[in-house]
Design a protein around this ligand. Structure first.
Ligand code: LAN
Length: 742
C-alpha cells in the first residue's frame, strides 16, 4: 500500500491563516529566532516559544544581522587609507563568523524552490511550524513584483507563469485565502499570462503532482533510459549532474503518475489557476504550451520529435519494462539519499526524492523522518521572511574567499585576527571530504576523496572550483600565517590535488562537478525551457581558474608532488582560457554576474603564467574591455541580463561587488595606470558604512543563464580583498614611478 495523507490529516496540518495585507512587518516576533549552527556548518532556524528559552539562548550578532535587527556596533575610526577600510570591513565581518569558524549566510534568489518545498511537504503529509509558515508567506508577499502582483523565476525577474502559478499555489497551501488581496492580484496576472497551462515543464510537473494539472499535459519523462547501456552517448549518467539528479525522481513520479488525493483546496486551485474551465482543458495539447514570458530555451525540432515518439510509447508501455525502470530509478533515489544523508544534491531533487520515499515507505520509515528533518537545511530566515535556498548554504565558498582575502591583504598577520583565522582553518579541516561516496560507481559519482564541496561535507559533492578555493585557503592559512598549526596533513592536500587532476577535460578546461561526459548535441534535448546549458557539463573560465591557481600555489610549497602533471594541466588550462575570451576582450560569467566576474578569474589565471598588460594581447584586450565599462563614479555595474544574453548590459547603478571584481582583474593584469584603480577604491570606501560593513546591493550570482542567486557574503569578502590589495598595488606603482624619476 502506497502512502498518501488523508484529507482529514491534510486539513489538520494546514489550517487557513489570517494574513495581513502586506509583509512589511514580520508576522512573528523576530527577537525569538535563532540560527543553530552545528555538525560541520549545518544551518537551521529555530523559533523560541518562551522567555526562559530566550534567556538561555540569547540572540547573537549572526542571528541579528541576517534577520535585519541592528547590531548597534560603534562607528569605527574613519579609514586613513584603503587598507584601513579593509581592516574596518573585517572588524565588522568578524561579528558574523560563527563559533565553528565559518560564515553562515542566506542563499536565496530563485523563486521556484519554495513552491517545491511546500507542495512536496503537502503531498507527503508533512507540514511546518506555524511561525515558519507565516514567514514563508511573508517572504512570498515581499517578493511579489510591484507592477503586476506576479512572481518571476528569481527575485529580480519579470513575472512569469512558472513563478506566478507556483508561488500562488504555495501561498494557498500555506494558508492564505483566495480572497486575500495578494492572491486576487496574482490570479489576475496569471490569467493575463494565459493561466497555468502555459507553465514550463517543471511547473507543469509540480502542479501535476499536486493534482491541479493533468499528467496528460506533461511531456514524457521515461525512467526507461536508466535501463539502457551506459556507453550510449545520451545515457543519463552523462548529463549534467543537477539535471540527472532531478530527472531520476521526476521520472519515478511521472511513471507512477503520482497525484495527491483530491480535496477542497485542490478543487479550488483547479478553478483559480486557469482562466477557463479546468475540466474542459484538452491536456495533450498543453504539453508544448509555454508562455512567451517564461521561454528562455525554446524546444528544438529534435526534442519535439522525440517527445512525440515518447508520447506514443507512453500509450503502449510494456509493463515489465516500466516496472524495471521504476525499480531502477527508485534504487538510484535511495543511493542519492544515503550518499548525502538525505540532503541530496540540491533543493529540487531534495523535495522530489522526499515525495518518492514518503510515498513508497510511509511515515513510519526512517527515510521519511530523515527527509522531513533535512528540509530545514534549505530553509533560511531573512529580513523579508523565510525562503528556500539554492543549496544547504554556501559555507565553503564564502570561507574560501574571505580567508584568502585576509592573507593576501596582510590582515591575517595582525594579532587581532589570529583567533578568527585559526577557527576558520579548523572549519576548513572539518569540511574536507575524506572518502569516496558510500555508493560510488553504482550512483555514477565522481571521486570525492580529498575534495571540498560548495556547502558542507555532509552534502558531499566534489566541485572543481570549491576544491581549488578550499585548497588555496588551507595553503594560505597553514603556510602564510605565523604560528598557525598544520592541522591538515600533506597527504590530505595531495588528495585534493589528485581529485582536481582527474577533472581536466581534453580542451584544457574544467567544468563544475564532473568531467564533461556527454556530447554537445545533448543540449538539443534540453526540455526545461527556462534554463540554458543544462544537459551536460560545460567548461567554465571560473572553475578552470580556481583549479589552476590552487595547483600553482600548491606547487610552490610542494615542488615534487606530481609536478609534471600540474605543469601540463596549467598549460592546457591557459589554452582553454585564451580560446574562451570573447572578441571584445571579456569572458562570460556563468556563476556570477557576469563579465566582471569571469574576467577577474581569467586574468588571475593569466597572471600565473606571467601574462599581463605589458606583454600579453589577451590581458591588454581584457583591460581595455573593462575600462570601457568603468563609469564616471569609478565603479562598474552590469545587470543579470548580461548572463541571459551573453552581452554586457548596464545596471542602473554601479555595484560594489562588481567594482571589486573588475579592479582585481586590472590588478592581476598589472594594469600600469593607477587612476582607474584609485577611482574604484574611492567608490568602495565611500559606500562603506561607519561600522565597517557595506549595504546589500543588487544580486550577485546566476546559474543556468536565466536564474539569479544571492551571495550576500560577497559584499564583505571582495571589498576587503580588493581594498587591501589595491593599497599595496598603488603603493608599488607609486614607488616604481618614484624610482623612474630618480
Ligand atoms: C551552484 C552554486 C555554486 C556554483 C559554483 C561553485 C559557484 C560554480 O563555480 C560551480 C557550480 C555551482 C556549484 C552551482 C551549480 C548549480 C547550483 C547548484 C548553484 C548555482 C546553486 C543552485 C544551483 C542548482 C542547480 C539550483 C537548483 C535548480 C536546478 C535547475 C536543479
Amino acid at each position: 500500500m502506497m502512502y498518501m495523507p488523508t484529507e482529514a490529516q491534510v486539513s489538520a496540518l494546514w489550517p487557513q491563516l489570517d494574513i495581513p495585507e502586506s509583509g512589511n512587518k514580520p508576522f512573528t516576533d523576530y527577537s525569538r529566532w535563532r540560527l543553530l549552527v552545528n555538525d560541520g556548518g549545518r544551518h537551521t532556524w529555530h523559533y523560541l516559544q518562551t522567555d526562559e528559552e530566550c534567556e538561555k539562548w540569547p540572540q547573537n550578532d549572526v542571528d541579528k544581522y541576517w534577520i535585519g535587527i541592528p547590531l548597534n556596533l560603534p562607528d569605527l575610526a574613519k579609514p586613513k587609507d584603503a587598507l584601513d577600510a579593509a581592516r574596518n570591513g573585517y572588524t565588522f565581518y568578524k561579528h558574523l563568523q560563527s563559533h565553528d569558524g565559518h560564515w553562515a549566510g542566506e542563499y536565496g534568489g530563485p523563486m521556484f524552490l519554495l513552491p517545491g518545498l511546500v507542495i512536496g511537504s503537502y503531498v507527503s503529509g508533512m507540514s511546518f511550524k506555524e511561525e515558519e509558515r507565516l514567514e514563508m508567506i511573508r517572504y512570498l508577499l515581499n517578493h511579489v513584483n510591484s507592477e503586476d502582483g506576479g512572481w518571476g523565476i528569481h527575485i529580480e525577474g519579470h513575472s512569469t507563469v512558472f513563478g506566478t502559478a507556483l508561488n500562488y499555489t504555495a501561498l494557498r497551501i500555506l494558508g492564505v485565502q483566495a480572497n486575500h488581496p495578494a492572491a486576487v492580484r496574482a490570479r489576475e496576472t496569471l490569467h493575463k499570462l494565459g493561466g497555468a497551462t502555459g507553465a514550463p515543464a517543471w511547473g507543469k510537473f509540480w502542479l501535476a503532482v499536486l493534482n491541479v494539472y493533468d499528467w496528460a499535459g506533461v511531456n514524457p519523462v521515461p525512467a526507461e533510459l536508466w535501463l539502457l547501456p551506459d556507453w550510449l552517448p545520451f545515457h543519463p549518467h552523462r548529463w549534467w549532474i543537477h539535471t540527472r539528479t532531478v530527472y531520476v525522481p521526476m521520472s519515478y513520479l511521472y511513471g507512477i503518475r503520482f497525484k495527491m488525493h483530491e480535496n477542497d483546496l485542490i478543487r479550488a486551485l483547479r478553478e483559480e489557476l486557469y482562466p477557463t474551465n479546468y475540466y474542459r482543458i484538452h491536456w495533450p495539447s498543453q504539453r508544448n504550451n509555454v508562455c512567451a514570458a517564461d521561454m528562455y530555451s525554446p524546444h528544438t525540432t529534435v526534442l519535439d520529435v522525440m517527445n512525440s515518439v515518447l508520447s506514443m510509447y507512453e500509450g503502449c508501455v510494456i509493463p515489465p519494462f516500466r516496472r524495471a525502470a521504476l525499480a531502477r530509478a527508485y534504487h538510484l533515489i535511495i543511493l542519492e539519499d544515503e550518499n548525502t544523508e538525505y540532503q541530496t544534491l540540491g533543493p529540487v531533487s531534495k523535495m522530489m526524492n522526499l515525495i518518492c520515499r514518503a510515498h513508497v515507505e510511509g511515515p513510519d520509515s526512517e527515510a521519511y523522518k530523515q527527509h522531513a528533518i533535512k528540509r530545514a537545511d534549505f530553509m533560511w530566515l531573512g529580513q523579508e521572511g523565510m525562503m528556500m535556498c539554492g543549496t544547504n548554504g554556501s559555507q565553503l565558498w564564502d570561507i574560501g574567499f574571505i580567508t584568502q582575502a585576509l592573507v593576501e591583504t596582510g590582515l591575517a598577520k595582525e594579532e587581532v585576527n589570529k583567533e578568527s583565522l585559526s577557527r576558520a582553518l579548523g572549519w576548513l579541516d572539518v569540511c574536507q571530504i575524506r572518502e569516496n561516496p558510500k555508493h560510488y560507481e553504482t550512483s555514477y559519482r565522481h571521486t570525492t576523496k580529498g575534495a571540498w564541496p560548495f556547502s558542507t561535507k555532509e552534502q558531499g559533492y566534489t566541485v572543481s572550483d570549491c576544491t581549488g578555493e578550499g585548497l588555496k585557503a588551507v595553503l594560505y592559512l597553514q603556510n602564510q600565517v605565523e604560528g598557525s598549526e598544520k592541522i591538515i596533513s600533506d597527504q590530505r592536500l595531495f588528495d585534493a590535488v589528485d581529485v582536481m587532476l582527474t577533472l581536466q577535460n581534453p580542451n584544457g578546461g574544467f567544468a563544475s562537478y564532473e568531467l564533461v561526459r556527454g556530447p554537445k548535441w545533448l543540449e538539443w534535448l534540453n526540455p526545461a525551457e527556462v534554463f540554458g546549458d543544462i544537459m551536460i557539463e560545460f567548461c567554465y573560465p571560473e572553475c578552470t581558474t580556481s583549479v589552476i591557481t590552487s595547483l600553482s600555489i600548491f606547487r610552490k610549497h610542494y615542488p615534487d608532488y606530481r609536478s609534471a602533471d600540474i605543469e601540463k594541466t596549467i598549460k592546457g588550462a591557459i589554452k582553454f582560457l585564451h580560446k574562451a575570451q570573447k572578441a571584445e576582450g571579456g569572458w562570460v560569467g556563468s556563476w556570477g554576474i557576469c563579465f566582471t566576474y569571469a574576467t577577474q578569474f581569467a586574468l588571475e589565471s593569466l597572471s600565473l603564467v606571467g601574462e599581463n598588460y605589458s606583454n600579453s594581447s589577451h590581458a591588454r584586450r581584457a583591460c581595455r574591455f573593462l575600462l570601457a565599462w568603468q563609469r564616471e563614479d569609478g565603479g562598474w555595474g552590469e545587470s543579470y541580463k548580461s548572463c541571459e544574453q551573453g552581452t554586457w548590459i548596464q545596471h542602473e547603478n554601479s555595484q560594489v561587488v562588481q567594482t571589486c571584481w573588475a579592479t582585481m582583474a586590472l590588478m592581476y593584469a598589472k594594469y600600469p595606470d593607477p587612476e582607474p584603480i584609485r577611482k574604484a577604491v574611492k567608490l568602495v570606501i565611500d559606500r562603506q558604512l561607519p561600522d565597517g560593513s557595506w549595504p546589500q546591493e543588487a544580486i550577485e550570482g546566476v546559474f543556468n543563464k536565466n536564474c539569479t542567486i544571492s551571495y550576500p557574503n560577497f559584499k564583505f569578502s571582495f571589498p576587503i580583498w580588493m581594498l587591501g590589495r589595491a593599497h599595496h598595488y598603488l603603493n608599488e606603482l607609486e614607488e616604481q614611478a618614484g624610482q623612474a624619476l630618480i
